[in-house]
Design a protein around this ligand. Structure first.
Ligand code: PCA
Length: 225
């Protein structure tokens, strides 16, 4: 029996996905599993592998939040074709799948949560995470679209749950989404991909930066750049 007893340390949940779309690997699932059980800045990492299935992924993530009661949640997915670690800024209330998910479901222009707002911003300090990744020598971008497939679905569902704070212990939980590039062995023609150890290092840097920055400094006091 796995020991799921919460430790004294505050928790960070990292969720990645299984392989989809004919791929045999998904670096997001592999990278979060590599960090599972580690401690970053006094926070225990609980890792979770989500199925790339519209109907199953979000309930799985929300159940893990209930179990672990994290202060921070970062869901992570593969974005084939991107050359950099992409910190997603906006989750949209739309699912429009170009390919079927792993259960054969392919929604076409439907809402993630009918009646919910059109979009939510990430509550990660996206600029601080981006800067930290660049300073660590890793290619990084801020992205304004997580697509309209299972990753955006999970990102939107997560931000909707955090925005509604139906559970009192979600009150101080921050969350967001990061897309990872392909691994070198699965990169598209003309692209290099990013080795798994670099992806793991990137996630570690991202978690640390998110823990160290409650919000982006430039936004404090309403200042703009
Ligand atoms: N990437 C897909 C779903 C699972 C994953 O790793 C996406 O970007 O929607």
């Amino acid at each position: 029996m796995p020991n799921n007893k919460p430790t004294e340390l505050p928790c960070v949940v990292l969720a990645g996905f299984d392989a989809f779309g004919g791929e045999s690997l998904n670096p997001s699932g592999l990278a979060v599993q590599a960090l599972g059980g580690q401690v970053i800045a006094g926070h225990r990492i609980a890792s979770l592998l989500l199925p790339t299935v519209f109907d199953a992924a979000l309930p799985r993530l929300l159940a893990a939040l209930e179990r672990s009661r994290p202060v921070l949640v970062i869901a992570v997915g593969l974005a084939q074709g991107r050359g950099a670690i992409a910190i997603e800024r906006i989750a949209i209330n739309l699912q429009d799948a170009r390919i079927p998910d792993n259960a054969g479901t392919q929604p076409y222009d439907t809402a993630v949560v009918p009646g919910a707002p059109a979009a939510y911003f990430s509550s990660l300090p996206v600029k601080a995470v981006w800067q930290a990744l660049l300073q660590a020598g890793l290619p990084a971008d801020i992205s304004h679209s997580a697509g309209t497939f299972v990753c955006n679905h999970v990102f939107f569902g997560l931000m909707h749950a955090l925005a509604n704070k139906r559970k009192h212990w979600l009150r101080h939980t921050r969350g967001g989404f990061i897309h990872l590039p392909a691994l070198p062995e699965q990169a598209a023609v003309g692209q290099f991909g990013m080795p798994l150890d670099e992806q793991v290092r990137g996630l570690r840097v991202a978690v640390l930066a998110a823990l160290q920055h409650p919000q982006d400094a430039l936004l404090v006091g309403g200042a703009t750049h």
